[in-house]
Design a protein around this ligand. Structure first.
Ligand code: SF4
Length: 299
């Protein structure tokens, strides 16, 4: 049956003709807000690393371990290189080039994905990243927007505005780089209207993909203190389900939906206590859109 939203796994299959997997690496970057001791209010101390990267190894070693793991577990043979942890453009352009070139030399990849912050993209970096298209790679940059409301962005210490996000998207697109945006649903002070506004804002931009995250409040973060003080409640599974359906219905229909939930934090207190698993959220979203007789982008 026709899928009611543009699902990443389906898109990857049609793009590459086979199941294709991301090999996540940690190149040792940090991010500007962490450096000044003001990380995003929801960001756990470990940042945003893949589960199997317990320590920093050479890029070659990480890539070997990552591809071996994916081959063993999924029989994978088609890979994208994914700079995932922290802000992977937070260094001078010549250093970035050396890091990207090194990593790409350790495997055979169909694409390069670089996760970063909008304020770590300028014209020079956008041009550098765009050059990798000349090597036959699909090139994507993942940028956190998180909320389309500047008041929320201030409240969660993002350290950039919505306009700065828009500017980074346009700079990257000028160099042919595809952009994935991250959006958190259920941030403090945000509900259904904000979820819709976030999806509508992305739909007005030349964005090719979106990653939705449910807000999870993790011990050790600034948001956890606000939560403990009773200042807000993160959405539970049912509330998140409603936010997600509304956001997808308002998301332009060519934008690939690359993620629907965040990874649950390990060995650390968090709220809500019970988190929905990925497969359930995919199933529920498909079910809800079908039952409502809607689909991605209907509004
Ligand atoms: S930019 Fe990313 S890694 Fe850095 S503090 Fe914010 S969420 Fe964490």
């Amino acid at each position: 049956m026709d899928e009611p939203f543009r699902r990443y796994s389906t898109w990857l299959l049609s793009r590459y003709g086979e199941r294709t997997y991301r090999v996540a690496v940690d190149a040792g970057f940090t991010c500007p807000v962490r450096e000044v001791g003001l990380p995003c209010a929801y960001c756990e101390p470990g940042g945003s690393r893949a589960g199997y990267l317990e320590d920093r190894r050479s890029l070659g070693d990480q890539i070997r371990r990552g591809t071996e793991f994916l081959r063993r577990r999924y029989g994978a043979s088609s890979f994208l290189l994914y700079f995932q942890a922290y802000s992977n453009t937070h260094a001078p352009a010549d250093e970035l080039r050396a890091v990207y070139d090194d990593a790409l030399s350790w495997g055979s990849f169909k694409g390069l994905i670089i996760a970063t912050r909008p304020d770590c993209i300028d014209r020079e970096r956008a041009a550098l990243i765009g050059e990798y298209r000349g090597r036959g790679l699909d090139v994507w940059v993942e940028l956190g927007l998180q909320s389309a409301d500047d008041r929320t962005l201030r409240r969660i210490n993002r350290g950039h505005t919505r306009a700065r996000f828009d500017e980074a998207v346009h700079m990257l697109r000028e160099h042919g780089v595809s952009v994935t945006a991250h959006l958190i649903l259920g941030l403090p002070g945000e509900g259904l209207d904000a979820a819709i506004a976030g999806a509508q804002h992305l739909s007005r931009l030349p964005v090719g993909g979106v990653k939705f995250h449910n807000l999870v409040v993790v011990e050790g973060t600034a948001l956890y203190e606000q939560y403990r003080a009773g200042e807000f409640e993160p959405p539970d599974a049912e509330q998140y389900r409603e936010l997600l359906v509304a956001a997808v219905e308002h998301l332009r229909d060519d934008i690939v939906v690359m993620r629907l939930t965040c990874d649950p934090p390990r060995n650390v207190a968090h709220a809500p206590r019970r988190l929905p698993d990925k497969a359930t959220v995919y199933r529920q979203l498909t079910h809800d859109l079908r039952e409502r007789g809607t689909r991605q982008g209907i509004y």
